[in-house]
Design a protein around this ligand. Sequence first.
Ligand code: SF4
Ligand code: SF4
Length: 376
Amino acid sequence: MSKPDIGSDIQRMTAYCTYCPKMCRFTCPASSAEGRETVTPWGMMRLFELAADGSVPLDDDVAETFFHCTGCRRCQTFCAHDNDVPRALWQARRWAVKSGFLPQAYHDLYERFQESNTPYGESAFEIDESPFAAGATIGYWPDCSTVEHRPHIIAPIGRLLSQITGQKVRLVRSADFDRPPCCGFPLTAAGIEDTESCRHERWPALNELEQVWTDCPALAAWNHSDSSWSANARPEDPEIGHIFTLLAEELPNIGDPENPLDADDALLHQSCYVARQLDALDSVAEILAHICKSTPQQMAYSDEESPCCGGRCHYRVLEPEASGEAAKRVVESLDRNDDARRMVTTSSMCRHAMNSATDDELVTSILELVCLAYEC
Ligand code: SF4
Ligand code: SF4
């Protein structure tokens, strides 16, 4: 068995965890929902260290343990060493998969990607593409969760982007499939592909685009230098940024919304990837201040400390029940806030995870609120 090629920074991280009194134990959505010590940040990092130095042989069970991290980075917020646990575990997963230990749950995920270039497989719905223009130089690449679960919101987002940029926008789509593709992040999070092969083989042609805006925080984080999976931009690609950056900067320039919102009956959930992978909390606050007459309430753990709903696709595929349990726990925060009747979250995937776990529609997304406020 070959040893993983881990750098000194990751060696240092696993060593810090090994000798740590598990200060971040309470933060982890996966270990809380699964009720297992093995999948605490400490447990996963310790096992990676033991497997990497050969003290424990890599086998199916050891390898599978590395995959129980959603990438939320909440442990990092409470870590005295600022350990980026997802970055280390992404590397552990790639090593495990290259060594022949792909968890069974991911075989189907990979097949669905082969069939449809998304984690969801083929869908029958139609997308209203009337606000988009094929030859535009600004693109909108929707989150695959938006495409799958909120396809009707894609046209309003297109109209919003046109209003802000003053020009038509191109909907990013792939030639081989009849809807916008997933960027492939779930495959990289499952250790099946690395960033380079994913971008090279799965990304659609972005030629003639100068700027791409996305509501997928995982995709935007590839281009964010401080994220757990940041990658060097390729010269042939346009700038890729999260749509919140644009909205925070440009909404004041298009004037006040036609329909400013009362949102003080809502509780604000910050998606982990927006808050801690993209560091976009300021943008979220600016957007809300601009579209709301009254802004949402804060959760007990808010902003950098916000809880993870466990809804990321790679975790949901591996541990559907625990993923649902983590999502339910976040929505249950409503029970502890007498004045809050609904939630507002910053990511399409979190919105879907929380609503499907509670079989209700208590959660909406900020992007949908912006479209509502501007009557797009
Ligand atoms: S991530 Fe930090 S706080 Fe958590 S176990 Fe490792 S060293 Fe300790
Ligand atoms: S990043 Fe989140 S899911 Fe991963 S180990 Fe840390 S707290 Fe747990």
